[in-house]
Design a protein around this ligand. Structure first.
Ligand code: CO
Length: 163
């Protein structure tokens, strides 16, 4: 099932999401539905609060077939700094640069309830931080360094291709 995406401003995007206590069939279904919703909107990440589910659940897929389905994710280490452009399915037509850690380690549970750890850097690390922020009611616009008008986006990407 495909969910409608909640668009800002909406207080459901501003809540502290609740930790998942038990992985039920319903939760597994939510993971499938979140993924379907994300793909349908050409997203590379989605968090449960964006579909009105106040749970610590998020998905990131920056590279095709490299999907991270995270339950109760927690950043346990971070280092470095990077500045790059972000957007958000909940904030249409808005883009801008955000400063984030360049390298992070995330601990989370997968749909089987297995504890996982991923070390990520670059854009994957960025996407993971963006989605985990959603679980704390934080949006990328809260951390905006510079807004990039939609019509300048392509130009900006070209200019910063090798950054
Ligand atoms: Co977002």
């Amino acid at each position: 099932m495909r969910y409608p995406i909640i668009i800002t401003p909406d207080e459901r995007l501003r809540r502290q999401a609740k930790p998942v206590k038990v992985i039920t069939d319903e939760l597994v279904q939510l993971l499938d539905d979140l993924y379907e919703t994300m793909v349908a909107h050409d997203g590379i990440g989605i968090a449960a609060p964006q579909v009105g589910k106040n749970l610590q659940v998020a998905i990131v897929e920056v590279e095709e077939d490299d999907r991270f389905e995270m339950i109760n994710p927690e950043i346990i280490a971070s280092s470095g700094e990077s500045l790059d452009v972000e957007g958000c399915l909940s904030i249409p037509h808005t883009f801008g640069t955000v400063k984030r850690a360049d390298e992070i380690t995330v601990r989370y549970f997968d749909r089987e309830g297995e504890e996982m750890e991923v070390e990520a850097f670059g854009y994957l690390a960025r996407a993971l931080q963006h989605e985990i922020d959603h679980l704390n009611g934080v949006l990328f616009v809260d951390k905006l360094v510079e807004r990039i008008p939609e019509e300048d986006l392509e130009k900006y990407m070209e200019e910063h291709e090798n950054d």
